[in-house]
Write a protein that binds this ligand. Structure first.
Ligand code: 6PG
Length: 486
């Protein structure tokens, strides 16, 4: 039996790159870490390689791994989301005691984390589902961490989590998110927003490259300039850097990369959840579909030979258009975050979470893929009014949108004219115009529903909740269909 001071503070299961880097990060911060991997050779490779000068303890059997941990035992799973997580939980549970903690740091579906929290609580084991963002670099030097689950676990993991996370202005990019699946839910929304931010940047690039015929170098300069202003963010920064990488023959690498996007599903989950909760998360939805459309490469190549463009070629002042595209990107980004926050607000009500919206902005301000200056503005908006109904109603964002609006309309209008697809720029603008509309054409829609299906409608001149049916054709009866809501 090892003495308490020889025991590890935390154990990490799974030595793929994220697990390795988190273990090294914890070790650097002075925590004693034990590691275990199903394939033992991975443990050896890690110990001989990146971990060779660390205090990390290598374990080759689960039982021994658990015995190496201080109580309450803290076990962090860094394995593939899905069944693998359940399998490990099953294998670990017999060795664990009341009060021990299992943390899942993968990109798990929030419903799974909800279920695991509840199931393990029955055995007295505290489950935490934590979003971990920032890729390899983040995991190694400071990720954004979004833990949720069984709150009784938080005091026992807070120190470790907040010291390994990224920090901005001395504040950790990590805080307790909420019960059950809340941590993984917030990570899912983060990923959806990541999809949106990336697509927005891609549309700006496409406008300049294909629409205006700018060279890769010119576009690289534009992104460098944008990164100094309100768009200052990790994703703009890496775009600037990507656009300077050349092949041996001097051509840009970006021009040789096949234009079909991959995806692992977290953006899709965000869109599906928005549909479930009835939240108009249009921008992220378009970003997911844009990836799907890009994947139809062969079909697009065929279509490009037969479908006419009937589009103008770009003329006009390039500088003015570049500024308009910047405004479109910024305004659309505001819409995307506003929609993401609308979704989290709806989720909090539906799933019974108390989400701290300003705190979430703080968690995303550093370490993660969507990190940016902009998140401080979101944090400030919720500081001004913790009950803010919608980010678009905050004074800072009203001013920002007001300023960007002419350029935004101009860029979207030009894109349509010259035939460049801008699904997120344009859907964001349509959402904006819809959101600020006192009257939408849903009166007609309700009439249509009532016409063909007797689904009834409410009237402007009668109290809400009172439903009417009209016999539109004189042929139908007066009986209305029963009410239902999705
Ligand atoms: C992060 C990222 C990460 C995500 C990848 C790939 O926060 O570090 O969100 O979790 O898995 O970005 O996502 P796709 O393959 O779906 O683009």
């Amino acid at each position: 039996m090892k003495k308490a001071d020889q025991l590890a503070d935390i154990g990490v299961v799974g030595l793929a790159v994220m697990g390795q880097n988190l273990a090294l990060n914890m070790n650097d911060k002075g925590y004693k870490v034990a590691v275990y991997n199903r394939t033992a050779s991975k443990v050896d490779e890690f110990m001989r390689g990146p971990a060779q000068n660390s205090e990390i303890i290598a374990c080759y059997e689960l039982k021994n791994f658990i015995e190496t941990l201080q109580k309450p035992r803290r076990v962090m799973l860094m394995v593939k989301a899905g069944e693998v997580v359940d399998n490990f939980i099953q294998q670990l549970a017999p060795y664990l005691e009341q009060g021990d903690i299992i943390i899942d740091g993968g990109n798990s579906l929030f419903n799974d984390s909800d279920r695991r929290t509840q199931q393990l609580a029955k055995q007295g084991i505290l489950f935490v589902g934590s979003g971990v963002s920032g890729g390899e670099e983040g995991a190694r030097h400071g990720p954004s961490l979004m833990p949720g689950g069984n709150k009784a676990a938080w005091p026992a993991i807070q120190d470790i989590f907040q010291s390994i996370s990224a920090h901005v202005d001395g504040e950790p990019c990590c805080d307790w998110v909420g019960n059950g699946g809340a941590g993984h839910y917030v990570k899912m929304v983060h990923n959806g927003i990541e999809y949106g931010d990336m697509q927005l940047i891609c549309e700006a690039y496409q406008m300049m490259r294909e629409g205006m015929g700018l060279s890769g170098n010119e576009i690289q300069q534009v992104f460098a300039e944008w990164n100094e202003g309100v768009l200052d963010s990790y994703l703009i920064e890496i775009t600037r850097d990507i656009l300077s990488v050349k092949e041996a023959d001097g051509t840009l690498l970006i021009d040789h990369i096949l234009d079909t996007a991959g995806q692992k599903g977290t953006g899709k989950w965000t869109g599906m959840n928005a549909l479930d909760l009835g939240t108009p998360l249009t921008l992220i939805g378009e970003a997911v579909f844009a990836r799907c459309l890009s994947a139809l490469k062969d079909e697009r190549v065929t279509a490009s030979q037969v479908l006419p463009a009937e589009a103008a070629t770009f003329t006009g002042d390039k500088r003015e258009m570049i500024d308009a595209i910047r405004d479109a990107l910024y305004a659309s980004k505001i819409i995307s975050y506003a929609q993401g926050y609308m979704l989290m607000r709806e989720a909090a009500t539906t799933y019974g979470w108390e989400l701290n919206y300003g705190g979430i902005a703080m968690m995303w301000r550093g370490g993660c893929i969507i990190r940016s200056q902009f998140l401080s503005n979101i944090h400030d908006a919720f500081e001004r009014n913790p009950n803010l109904q919608n980010l678009l109603l905050d004074s800072f964002f009203i001013d920002a949108i007001t300023e960007a609006l002419p350029g935004w309309r101009k860029a979207v209008g030009k894109a349509i004219e010259i035939g460049v697809p801008v699904p997120t720029f344009s859907s964001a603008l349509s959402f904006y115009d819809g959101y600020r509309s006192k009257r939408l054409p849903a009166n007609l829609l309700q009439a249509q529903r009532d016409y063909f299906g007797a689904h009834t409608y409410e009237r402007l001149d009668k109290p809400r909740g009172k439903f009417f049916h009209t016999n539109w054709t004189g042929r139908g009866g007066d009986v209305s269909a029963s009410h239902y809501a999705v």
